[in-house]
Write a protein that binds this ligand. Structure first.
Ligand code: ADP
Ligand code: MG
Length: 531
């Protein structure tokens, strides 16, 4: 056997620190369950377990046009979801990146004014008729109590930050995450903030429902999923990570402030699992994780998210790679002359390379690394060249980069399995006779889970080692992408909320809603997208 090269040995030493064993997974699941229960009992715990007031409250309409907006962390999406009433469903959507300076704006108004403006542009572009009719009506109405618009679009507002929800369209921001930091907004009702800016632009839109993206994903996947039971979990792996599931009201021990429908006996809980184990009872911490946390805007918070989600994986990789570059025992991304480089050139890194800049390495490169099966790693080397300005990287160096990226991605997926396993066990569905022999559906959304190769496969494999799940249980757990989950989900919740304005409870309605969303899934191919 050939001796191991110093580079391979040093790479191995880094990779080893990202190992997250089966035993670690099991310890993680037990602690996750403990923290879930704690969060159901009282406030101020690491897992906030936030009641969402979504209990499946019915209305009676399944026809009409609903709007949905989604402030995710990286992008702002605006869409309209049209329920045709004849069983079809169309989605039109637009997406814009949130400018960095608005994420840390002085006032909440600056950010929300930008959001309202995007809604205006969307309406003008895609719903010009409706928009103009509204303006005409507004100009001709002169009632003493002002202009009341039943024709206004009902909109679901997906706001994926921790919110203390007070009702279906009311909730105050607890804290920012994912790099946002606008202290002025904390403690304010985010629906009111958005409605104020919408009104300032005189748009025919009413913020009807406040939706967490996890809840939207759960709703959309539940109603759309084939089979008799809905999804047990909606989960996000995008800029951040989080999950929502249906909990029995009897398990919810802490007091609820707002009104809600008690007839279903259930309530959707927003776990806010990005904060799992902030106290670091069980979470792993490499020196790079520790450094990342210390340099973040919220040290000590979102500790699980910092190991798992898209916003952080690129930075963990960047920090580890920088250490390897500084390692005096090897010459990584450095060669003295072209004889040591299979490209017959010498590696050269631009001074302005993102590799030298905090937060500048996008986690997309982990996906490229994981997906490159070419013998010369030509895809990854091209990406190193294009996006990191690391020119003419040697194959050995690209291999080291790939191994470390894989270690970070694999750990993220195995940690994701911890949350998923805990929720599945918490719901008891694996042993529920009503579910016997049936799949346990989990809806997921977010660029990381969508694009990182094998992310779901790695989760699935890790689930097999969990006590109480095993191979047999893992085979029943079906992790499916809830495409357009937040859009369709938010529209569905807006529809429920709009119904609550006019109707009292109507049992048949849930069934209709289910039908509508099933059609939504099948009408996927006819959606118009302006992304
Ligand atoms: P949001 O969180 O705003 O809803 P997304 O679900 O699109 O948006 O997630 C964006 C995050 O996903 C960013 O952190 C980005 O770096 C990461 N990301 C985007 N594409 C990929 C990819 N191909 N592989 C891994 N991560 C990705
Ligand atoms: Mg999102």
């Amino acid at each position: 056997m050939a001796p191991v090269s110093p580079l391979v040995a040093e790479t191995e030493a880094i990779v080893k620190q990202f190992e997250y064993t089966d035993e670690d997974v099991n310890r993680g699941v037990k602690e996750f369950l403990r923290q879930m229960n704690e969060g159901l009992e009282k406030d101020g715990t690491s897992l906030a377990q936030i009641p969402t007031y979504v209990t499946g409250v019915p209305n009676g309409t399944e026809k009409g046009l609903y709007m949905a907006v989604d402030l995710g962390g990286t992008n702002f999406r605006v869409c309209s979801v049209k329920l045709n009433g004849d069983g079809t469903f169309n989605i039109t959507s637009a997406k814009v990146a949130v400018p960095k300076h608005l994420m840390v704006a002085k006032t909440a108004q600056e950010l929300f004014a930008f959001l309202a403006l995007q809604i205006k542009k969307f309406l003008e572009k895609h719903h010009g008729d409706h928009f103009e009719a509204h303006i005409r009506r507004r100009m001709t109405v002169s009632s003493p109590d002002g202009y009341k618009d039943e024709h206004a679009f009902r909109m679901g507002f997906t706001f994926s930050f921790p919110v203390q929800q007070m009702g279906i369209n009311k909730g105050t921001l607890i804290r920012w995450t994912k790099g946002f930091d606008i202290p002025d907004a904390v403690g304010k009702d985010v629906c009111a903030l958005l409605q104020d800016e919408i009104d300032r632009l005189q748009l025919p839109v009413k913020v009807a429902a406040l939706v967490n993206d996890t809840v939207g994903t759960l709703m959309a996947h539940s109603y759309g999923a084939p089979g008799t039971h809905g999804a047990v979990l909606g989960a996000i792996f995008g800029t951040g990570t989080n999950g929502a599931y249906l909990e029995k009201l009897s398990n919810l021990k802490k007091p609820l402030v707002g009104d809600y429908d008690k007839s279903t006996g259930d309530m959707v809980i927003n776990i806010e699992w990005g904060s799992f184990d902030n106290q670091l009872n069980v979470l792993p911490q490499t020196p790079w994780d520790t450094a990342l946390n210390q340099q973040s805007v919220n040290p000590g918070f979102q500790m699980y998210e910092k190991l798992v989600s898209g916003m952080f994986l690129g930075e963990i990789l960047r920090l580890a790679i920088n250490d390897l570059m500084k390692n005096p025992r090897i010459s990584f991304f450095r060669d003295d002359n072209s004889s040591t480089n299979d490209l017959r050139s010498t590696t050269d890194i631009a001074e302005t390379s993102p590799i030298y800049k905090q937060w500048a390495v996008d986690s997309t490169i982990l996906s490229v690394a994981a997906g490159d099966h070419t013998p010369e790693l030509s895809l990854l080397r091209k990406e190193l060249d294009d996006s990191l300005q690391i020119h003419a990287a040697a194959r050995e160096d690209a291999q080291a980069f790939q191994a470390i990226a894989a270690a970070i991605g694999t750990r993220a997926a195995r940690l994701s399995a911890v949350a998923i396993a805990a929720v599945v066990l918490k719901t008891g569905k694996l042993t529920d006779p009503a579910y016997e022999g049936q799949p346990i559906d989990i809806g997921v959304d977010g660029s990381l889970v969508e694009h990182y190769p094998y992310f779901r496969g790695t989760i699935q494999k890790a689930l097999e080692c969990v006590e109480g799940i095993g191979k047999e249980g893992a085979d029943r757990i079906r992790i499916g992408l809830a495409e357009d989950g937040s859009g369709v989900g938010a529209a569905l919740i807006a529809l429920v909320a709009a119904g609550m304005e006019k109707h009292s409870t109507n049992e048949e309605y849930i069934g209709e809603l289910r039908e509508t969303a099933k059609t939504a899934a099948s009408a996927d191919n006819e959606k118009a997208t302006t992304d």
